[in-house]
Design a protein around this ligand. Sequence first.
Ligand code: ARG
Length: 466
Amino acid sequence: MNNPATANQPSTWSQRFESALHPAIARFNASIGFDITLIEYDITGSQAHARMLAHTGIISPEEGDQLVSGLEQVRQEFRAGLFVPGVDAEDVHFAVERRLTEIVGDVGKKLHTARSRNDQVGTDTRLYLRDQIQQIRTHLREFQTVLLTLAEQHVETLIPGYTHLQRAQPVSLAHHLLAYFEMAERDWQRLGEIHQRVNVSPLGSGALAGTTFPIDRHYTAELLGFAGVYANSLDGVSDRDFAIEFLCAASLIMVHLSRLSEEAIMWASQEFSFITLTDSCATGSSIMPQKKNPDVPELVRGKAGRVFGHLQALLVLMKGLPLAYNKDLQEDKEALFDAVVTVKACLEATTILLREGLQFNTTRLNSAVNEDFSNATDVADYLAAKGVPFREAYNLVGKVVKTSIAQGKLLKDLSLEEWKALHPAFEADIYTAIAPATVVSARNSFGGTGFEQVRRALAAAQAKLC
Ligand code: ARG
C-alpha cells in the first residue's frame, strides 16, 4: 500500500508524517489560491538565494547555475500559462520548488538549503510591496498632474467655499483643487518613506534563529536591491510593520479620494449643479430615464471602507502574536493584495474622472458666488481697514445681514445711503470691495486663495512634478 502522505503530498513533508492531510484541511491550509500573486517575486528571491549558495561555496557554481536557469524556466512557463499550480502545492513557495525539481532533477532539492519558507515569504512580500509602492506613486503623480492641469484652467473660476457645509467665503476653484494636490503630495511622500522600511531583507533569517550554514545575507540583499538586512532573525521573519504602515498610507489615500468623491457627488446633484458628468464616466438608471448617476465617485467612496478594514485586520492579526512566525501571518496577503488593487483602481478611475468625466459649470458657479452672503467678512474687513475695531464692524455687518435677509436682498443690493446710514466710513468703493472676484483676490496671504497666491502655488506644484 502507498503511504497516503506521499501519495497526496509527494515530498512536501518529512518522513515524520504518516498520513495525509484531510482534503478539506488541505484546502483550508493552502494559500496558493492567492499567493500565486507572489510567484515572480518568489522566483527572483530564489534565484538570488541560489546565487548566494554558490557564491559562498555551499553548493557548486554549476549547481547554482542550474538552479538559476531552472527557476527562469519556471518563470517562462508561468508567463506562458503552462505552469498552473493547484491546491496540492499548498503555497507558491512549494509550487515553485517542486516544479524546479521536476525541471532540473535532484539539484532542485538543494534550493531550500539554509532557508525557510518563513524568511522566504517575508522576502517575497517585501519585493512585491516595494514594486507596488512605486506603481502607486506613479498613479499618484498622474492624479496630481490632472489636478494641476484642471487647476491651471480655473484660477479665476470662483466656487463657494464652505465651513460646516454652509457658504463661508468664495475661493478660486484652482485653490480648491490644489488642496487635493497637496494631500496627494503627502501620500506620495509617505509612500516614499515607507518604501525605505519595506526595502529591508529578511532573507537568511531562516525559520527564526538564523542558520548553521556560512551564508551571506548582504550578498542576497544586494542582488535583490534591498538597502539593508534585518538585524534580528526573529524580527526578520515575524515583522509585518511594513505592511501595516503601507495599509495606513493606503487608507489615507482612500480618505483623500473619498472626500473628493463626496464633493463630486454633491456637485453633480441638481441642488449644486457645479459640475456635469460626461457620458464616459456616468451611468443611467434602469427605470428613471432622466438619471445620470455618479457611480465612479460613489464606488471610490464605498471602496475606502474595505481598505480601512484591511488595516484593522492586520493590526488585530499582529497584536497577540508571540515571536516568531505563526501561520496567522499567512492572512496578511489577501489584505495587502486587495488594498493594493483597490488603491490603484481608485486612483486610476478618479484620474480619468477628472480628466474627462466632468465639466465645471462656470456660469452656475459664477452665479452661486453672487447669490449669498459669503462676502460679509469682507464688509467687516473693509470697515476694520478704515479703523473701526473688527469686533464692532463684525456686529454691524451681522445686523445688516439680518435686515437684508428679511428684505430679500443681498449686500450688493444695498444703496450707498443705506451703507452710510450704517456707518459713515462706507464709500462708493464698497461695491467693488465686496464683488466676489475682489474678495477672492484680496486673500493674498501666503497659502490663501488670492489669485497671486494661487499662481504661486501652481508654479510650486508644477515644480514638484518635474
Ligand atoms: N504560506 C505561508 C505564508 O504565507 C508560507 C510560510 C509558511 N511557513 C510555515 N512555517 N508554515 O505565511
